[in-house]
Design a protein around this ligand. Sequence first.
Ligand code: ASP
Length: 310
Amino acid sequence: MAGAGLAQGYPARPVTMIVPFAAGGPTDVIARIVGDHMSRTMGQQVVIENVAGAGGTTGIIRGAQAAPDGYTLMMGHMGTHGAAPALYPNLKYDPAKSFDPIGLAAGTPIVIVARKDFPAADLKGFLDHLKKNSEKMNQAQAGVGSVSHSTGVLFDSVVGIKPTLVAYRGTGPALNDLMSGQVDFMTDQIVNVAPQITGGNIKAYAIATPERSPALPDVPTTKEAGLPAYEVSAWNAVFAPKGLPADVNAKLVAALRAALADETTRKRLLDLGAVIPDAKGQGPQALQTLVETEVARWTPVLKAAGAVAN
Ligand code: ASP
């Protein structure tokens, strides 16, 4: 009875959404955009809490251990819920079992970006320079298991280079250092880098998707630019700790769906290059399947890339 009473009044106070990276980065941006609309649907503020560390796993562990009452959510991603198990043998959560999946928020193509004065006009020139100066190059990433780390080590293994990896608490701060030229390059989610590419503050050499993005029509695909072996995309999704009351779960799923159906919210995401899941790709079941597929996909990829001790 107490449980039912609790759910009926839900949400009676603000809902926390943990972003497991620094403010200003891709996960934070997506969480703020969808959280904004979810707040209006639910009549309570969705408050973003940035809990960065260990490639995003610190914040997700905190969220997984929170009470499953609908007042703690997480914005996870391809790293925390796909790559992390391969890289953290003692990970304190199971991406496929420790959560109630709420739904996919956005697909995020990966873009290969460099400081704006990087001495190469195109991807071929960039790869040549990287190969010749491999050890001197600094590659930014957001910690072991993050999207920029996993897609970055995949890039390094496809290209055959061993740059120095520089870790940040998210690709928001990494992007600041890329803009000021403190690091040389990174592979990052489009929503973080698109505005700075368009503004001429960083260079984009290629987008790692089969098609160009409408948000960056001038950026060639890796296939067009000569690196067809590097195709990779990421995603962000909302999770809750496992065991939500059924009607709390249903309210959250509906609020996320409503956000993704709202024209203003869609435009904010699309302008940044995000890919909005269609109705079939939305919701808990599609996300559960995605997580299982991604964990199975990334484990051998990261082993082959030499990122994991066999
Ligand atoms: N998505 C992370 C962020 O929001 C970074 C990453 O996974 O590479 O900063």
